[in-house]
Design a protein around this ligand. Structure first.
Ligand SMILES: [Fe+2]
Ligand SMILES: [Fe+2]
Length: 178
């Protein structure tokens, strides 16, 4: 498998979560209510899987390696856009968390914000994924030899292996701080 293989497989799981969020959005509009636990679960998926695990491999390994190369202006521009989009997703998720806390505490008006933030995520993410799958990953592959690509794949695997430990250390630390 090429290094971009796991990243593209992860995109497919993110798309399945986006489909669930899209379905939930219709329910929110029909019922004028949301189960805050659904938002908690979606946020955990976005933060732990889409951001820390997936964007983590993109930014900390792939983009880091590409930084070392003389990227074409066009490729560098796309890479900068992708990084900005990751920041945007993080901010939107944070705003979703804040709205969900307000909603859970009885502020019914926060439901509108929850819906807008979910809509933002389901609208933005597929375009981000398409840009990576169809434009950036193929262009990026051209900068690496087969050996370098294989080394990156091995580093991706090591990164993933660490993730489960990082996640549950954070869970225990969070509970300890209560
Ligand atoms: Fe990305
Ligand atoms: Fe991605």
């Amino acid at each position: 498998m090429q290094a971009r293989g796991p990243l593209m497989i992860e995109h497919r799981l993110i798309e399945r979560m986006l489909a669930l969020i899209r379905r939930k959005l219709s329910e929110i509009k029909a019922s004028n209510a949301v189960d805050p636990l659904f938002i908690d679960t979606a946020v955990d998926f976005i933060r732990t899987y889409a951001d820390r695990t997936h964007h983590g491999k993109e930014e900390d390994i792939l983009f880091r390696d590409l930084e070392a190369w003389n990227l074409s202006d066009a490729d560098r521009r796309v890479m900068n856009e992708l990084v900005e989009e990751h920041v945007f997703a993080r901010m939107t998720t944070q705003e979703l968390v804040e709205a969900n806390t307000r909603y859970r505490n009885g502020e019914a008006s926060a439901l509108g914000i929850i819906a807008v933030k979910l809509e933002t995520l389901v609208d933005f993410y597929p375009r981000h994924i398409e840009k990576e799958d169809k434009v950036f990953f193929p262009a990026a592959r051209g900068y690496f030899t087969d050996d370098e690509d294989e080394a990156m794949l091995a580093e991706f695997r090591e990164f993933d292996r660490e993730m489960i430990h990082e996640k549950y250390k954070a869970v225990v630390a969070g509970l300890e701080s209560l």
